[in-house]
Design a protein around this ligand. Structure first.
Ligand code: ATP
Ligand code: MG
Length: 552
């Protein structure tokens, strides 16, 4: 992915400097997801940053599942996460699991105890919280803080052996209860949990805390740059403390960057899970979700997501990015790659009165105006066509250049037609429009230089197929759906985020496969759904050609 390697950022500046000074001689990063949900667009930023940094410096990037909390994790998520990373276009060197290091992490804890740097605390969770102090007041030492090394070793071993109840004992690092950084006030590093782990089974009944297992995993893998989001800034001090106390030849360096926040959507696994569980959407890969699998199903190209992340850039300042920027990256990508086709989403019959019944005329049209290599297809013009209902008006407003009685328009790529009359039902609803075509205008140009102002798309009634088209729009209709001062975020779900219509599509694309994306002329980009079949085609609207949402 040469095109994406050029851009620099403050992290790359740090790396350049450290490589130049010989502090590091190589670059190794990692993407460390917790397998407790599907990845979302925010994770894409971290994935792109970690993998493209490794690529830029000819280093390596691994995936490490942070599976140290057995309660919320699931193998379904592990597979989905790997699939998403692959789809985004990245290759890892290894897939690691924090749980593979549980023996090592346990040994590190024993080492800390032996150094007098960790102790077993019998206080309850509440007591520990109370003794921790506040931002303005120092904490208080636990009465168990001065246990001897022998006593601590024995108690920790008994914790491991399952001799104590959950919550009765924890292992804490012995750092500084009066540190201005609360994270340094003797953080808990191990707790008892009688929970079966999806990988280690019942081998362990004590599990290490994230702040302990994360730096040790980085160091064990010889990660050089541990890139994480800003909320871990306060944890850097404890990260470094553990690395120093255990002692590593090549200590990793943690660098924080701003997380990606996007308006009009939620980027949190917890909230995504709620949308799924409470039926607001049809699963994690519902095309309205800001999950990577949802965007994939909707037809967003991986390249558009990478371009988007690149445009947002890497900085230390938190901000909210406009969803329109992502949509414009999707349009730019698809404008270049998607073949064109004609589809009528709200069909209205158009009868060409002077065209003979049972006959048709064929036109060869290019699939893409800029890419002849995408080939061409045949479009048929005949007596019975369908046009978009909105392309006809009985009483046209000013500046309406499409069909109305007496007006002439160009049928895309075919002929000029002039509206002569229309039929209505008993309620006055238009049921068909009649026109005549001018055989001299074949190809859409008139030999006498006559101009028409409107060009409309159509399908031929004999050469089209019906498809269920899902017109997706943004899932939330407010910029900040998680502003809970206005109630639960689910109240902000856009009631018009999905509208289903039966559309008529030109036969030229009837063999499209799930995942294929087209530009339906004058409408937008559309993607054949993963459940689409030839018998029952289902097509998702990826994005409209023009957004009706106000740009920020
Ligand atoms: P969530 O809040 O959705 O549960 P998380 O941070 O708990 O997200 P993890 O699986 O722990 O999810 O995240 C894996 C990596 O992705 C971490 O390094 C994390 O910092 C990064 N990440 C998560 N959300 C974002 C975001 N919005 N922008 C950038 N990076 C993110
Ligand atoms: Mg997390």
């Amino acid at each position: 992915m040469e095109e994406e390697r050029k851009q620099s950022n403050f992290i790359h500046d740090i790396i350049d400097k450290e490589l130049a000074e010989g502090i590091n001689t190589r670059v190794q990063t990692r993407f460390p997801p917790e397998p407790n949900g599907y990845l979302h667009i925010g994770h894409a930023k971290s994935i792109c940053l970690n993998f493209s940094t490794a690529e830029k410096y000819h280093g390596t990037c691994n995936v490490r599942f942070d599976d140290s909390n057995p309660e919320k994790e699931d193998n379904e998520y592990v597979n989905a996460i790997l699939e998403d990373i692959k789809w985004l276009g990245y290759k890892w060197d290894h897939v690691y699991y924090a749980s593979d290091y549980f023996d090592f992490v346990y040994e590190c804890a024993v080492k800390l105890i032996k150094k007098g740097k960790a102790y077993v605390d019998d206080s309850t969770a509440d007591e520990i919280r109370q003794m921790r102090g506040t931002l303005t007041e120092p904490g208080v030492n636990s009465p168990y803080r001065d246990r001897t090394v022998e006593e601590n070793l024995s108690l920790f071993e008994r914790m491991k052996n399952g001799e104590f109840a959950e919550g009765s004992h924890v292992l804490r690092a012995k750092i500084d209860m009066s540190s201005p950084n609360i994270v340094m006030r003797d953080p808990v590093i191990y707790r008892i949990k009688y929970v079966t782990h999806q990988r280690t089974g019942d081998k362990w009944c004590i599990y290490p805390m994230y702040d302990f297992v994360h730096p040790l995993s980085d160091a064990k893998e010889k990660v050089t740059y541990s890139l994480c989001t800003l909320e871990f800034e306060n944890n850097r001090e404890v990260y470094n403390w553990f690395i120093n106390e255990i002692g590593f030849d090549e200590p990793p360096r943690q660098i924080e960057f701003a997380r990606l926040n996007l308006n009009y959507c939620v980027t949190s696994k917890r909230r995504s899970l709620k949308l799924v569980n409470e039926g607001y959407v049809d699963g994690w890969d519902d095309p309205r979700m800001s999950t990577i699998c949802g965007m994939r199903r909707r037809g967003y190209p991986a390249k558009a997501i990478r371009d988007f992340v690149e445009k947002v850039g890497i900085s230390k300042a938190n901000s909210v990015v406009d969803y329109g920027l992502l949509e414009s990256c999707v349009r730019d990508c698809l404008n270049d790659s998607a073949p064109r086709a004609m589809a009528v989403l709200d069909p209205l019959k158009l009868v060409v009165d002077n065209f003979p019944e049972g006959k048709y005329d064929e036109f060869t049209v290019e699939n893409h105006p800029d890419h002849p290599e995408l080939g061409s297809r045949t479009v048929r013009f005949g007596r019975n066509l369908f046009i978009e209902r909105s392309d006809f008006e009985v009483n046209p407003p000013k500046k309406y250049f499409r069909l109305f009685p007496g007006n002439e328009v160009r049928m895309k790529g075919a002929y000029f037609v002039k509206c002569v009359s229309y039929d209505t039902d008993e309620n006055g609803k238009v049921t068909a429009v009649h026109c005549t075509y001018d055989p001299e205008t074949r190809g859409g140009e008139s030999p006498d230089g006559r101009k028409v102002k409107g060009t409309i798309h159509f399908v031929n009634a004999d050469d089209c197929f019906a498809a269920e088209v899902r017109l997706y729009d943004r899932l939330f209709n407010v910029e900040n759906p998680t502003d809970e001062s206005k109630g639960d975020f689910t109240q902000n779900v856009n009631p018009d985020s999905l509208k289903v219509v039966t559309a008529l599509i030109e036969n030229g694309i009837k063999d499209a496969k799930p995942g294929d994306v087209f530009q339906f002329m004058r409408q937008g980009y559309f993607c054949f759904d993963k459940n689409s079949t030839c018998e029952k085609p289902i097509i998702n609207r990826t994005v409209e050609l023009k957004s009706k949402w106000k740009a920020k």
